[in-house]
Design a protein around this ligand. Structure first.
Ligand SMILES: C[S@@+](CC[C@H](N)C(=O)[O-])C[C@H]1O[C@@H](n2cnc3c(N)ncnc32)[C@H](O)[C@@H]1O
Length: 285
């Protein structure tokens, strides 16, 4: 993660939510809010069927995968809010716009937690956009340097009330020790009835084998966001269990395509990213 530059992977993922794919784009206004040449280019790509299809194909169906992942995590938000969570903490929020997009958050306070450089850019984009959430709290935190628990306390998060923790597209950039340390903080601030929804990368070989894996590793490393945090399903389940969270579902893009629509075969390259949803049961220390 660069110290002063906004995250490039956050922008890529956000762009995927602005382009028509198997599902309608959830953030079609991103291009206008980004502005500049990048925003204009995104608008051109998103507004023509042919260019949108070209972007989906050239991106090896990343757009399709991200749209389905977003839908899977939106469903987890619905579930947790329905179960009583009124605090939502978005960790490594990037350009996630759920607080501006989901009416289901109308009674919720949402903490936007991200690296200062990325968060400053997001605040610029959204300064004139009213949130759908009851309240948005901006907490600029560098996970590598700052004390997350202390920052949440300073920003008014209440550990006595159930929280939904959303951790989408971030764990793969953190070594296992850093994931464990973050989960320990979440555990300490999770009242019974809290939920955690995250995506994670499994180390299974991609189609194309070691070569594809090596290429992906090189690409992400070259933009300063190396993929250092892959965990198997068993490892993730164990890590969550030792952090006081019980996994209620663990799914990948074929499952999401079955629920929300889309072509599971197209997204085969990204099947190594999964979504785990877990809850903090009552009576478990
Ligand atoms: C791939 S983006 C995902 C963004 C968002 N969750 C989404 O799905 O659209 C990864 C995010 O992790 C954040 N991140 C990476 N390293 C970080 C660090 N050391 N401290 C705080 N945030 C970090 C980046 O700023 C970026 O927003």
């Amino acid at each position: 993660m660069h110290d002063t530059k906004p995250s490039l992977t956050a922008l890529l993922v956000a762009a995927a939510r602005a382009i028509p794919g198997p599902l309608p784009p959830v953030d079609p206004q991103l291009g206008a809010q980004l502005g500049g040449k990048v925003g204009a280019a995104l608008d051109i790509v998103a507004s023509h069927k042919a260019t949108a299809l070209l972007a989906r194909t050239a991106g090896l169906a990343l757009v399709d995968h991200i749209q389905l992942r977003t839908a899977a995590l939106d469903a987890a938000v619905e579930q947790a809010v329905h179960a009583g969570c009124r605090q939502v903490v978005v960790l490594g929020a990037g350009y996630d716009r759920r607080a501006w997009r989901l009416a289901t958050l109308r009674e919720c306070a949402v903490w936007e937690v991200d690296h200062p450089a990325t968060q400053a850019e997001k605040r610029r984009q959204l300064q004139d956009v009213p949130a759908k959430a009851d309240r948005v709290v901006w907490a600029a935190v560098d996970f590598a340097r700052d004390d997350l628990g202390a920052q949440l306390a300073v920003h008014g998060h209440d550990p006595g009330q159930p929280t939904l923790w959303l951790w989408e597209g971030v764990t793969m950039y953190l070594p296992e020790a850093a994931q464990r340390a973050t989960l320990a903080v979440l555990h300490g601030r999770s009242a019974p009835g809290s939920w955690l929804a995250l995506s994670y990368l499994t180390p299974q070989l991609l189609p194309g084998g070691k070569l594809a894996k090596a290429v992906a590793a090189r690409v992400f490393a070259s933009i300063g966001e190396p993929l250092v945090g892959a965990l198997s399903r068993t490892q993730m389940r164990g890590l969550l269990a030792t952090s006081g969270f019980e996994v209620t579902s663990d799914s990948a893009n074929p499952d999401w395509a079955g629920h929300f629509g889309g072509n599971a075969a197209a997204t085969v390259l990204f099947r190594c990213e999964r979504v785990a949803v877990a809850r903090r049961p009552a009576g478990v220390p």
